[in-house]
Design a protein. Structure first.
Length: 175
């Protein structure tokens, strides 16, 4: 214990400056919340499906729920059933074992539904492209509204992709 206290006493105050955050996307918070309510009239419900990924994209999606990004404060929430969802957020290449499950989830999602392919694997097949266990990117099975490239895409890019899909839906419903 005394050695630790001596070490602390000998250590100088750090001279490096604290890095600044790029929180420009946070300034749109109230506008985004109003836009979600204008388009849907309620919260945006997302069903996230792992179609055979390495779980890198899922970790970034889980980061959206932490206090820094706070997507629930924007009126976006994740649901357990595609029957309650407005959007499917699919990660990973479309593996043969998940192909039917993804198709059924898409059919169970009420109209009008949105599909976002998150990560290189869902967009193009990624490093698994050409594998015997993969039937290709998500667009081989479903009509994809927005793709979010990256391996894995950072949480802010995922949020931008979700909001791009929502804005596209709002533009389609406008007269």
């Amino acid at each position: 214990m005394w050695q630790l206290i001596k070490q602390i006493a000998r250590t100088d105050i750090p001279s490096q400056r604290i890095p600044t955050d790029n929180d420009a996307w946070r300034t749109e918070h109230q506008q985004l919340q109003a836009q979600i309510l204008d388009v849907l009239g309620r919260a945006l419900c997302i069903r996230q499906i792992d179609a055979g990924s390495c779980n890198g994209c899922e970790l970034e999606i889980h980061a959206l729920n932490n206090p820094y990004y706070n997507i629930e404060g924007l009126g976006i929430k994740f649901v357990a059933s595609p029957r309650h969802a407005d959007m499917l957020l699919v990660t990973g290449p479309l593996s043969l074992n998940m192909k039917e499950a993804v198709r059924r989830a898409w059919e169970a999602t009420p109209h009008p539904k949105l599909v976002v392919a998150a990560g290189d694997c869902a967009c193009t097949g990624g490093i698994f492209r050409g594998s015997y266990a993969v039937s290709g990117p998500l667009s081989n099975l479903l009509p994809v509204d927005v793709t979010v490239p990256g391996c894995p895409p950072p949480p802010v890019d995922l949020l931008r992709g979700i909001l791009t899909a929502l804005r596209a839906r709002g533009d389609k419903s406008a007269p």
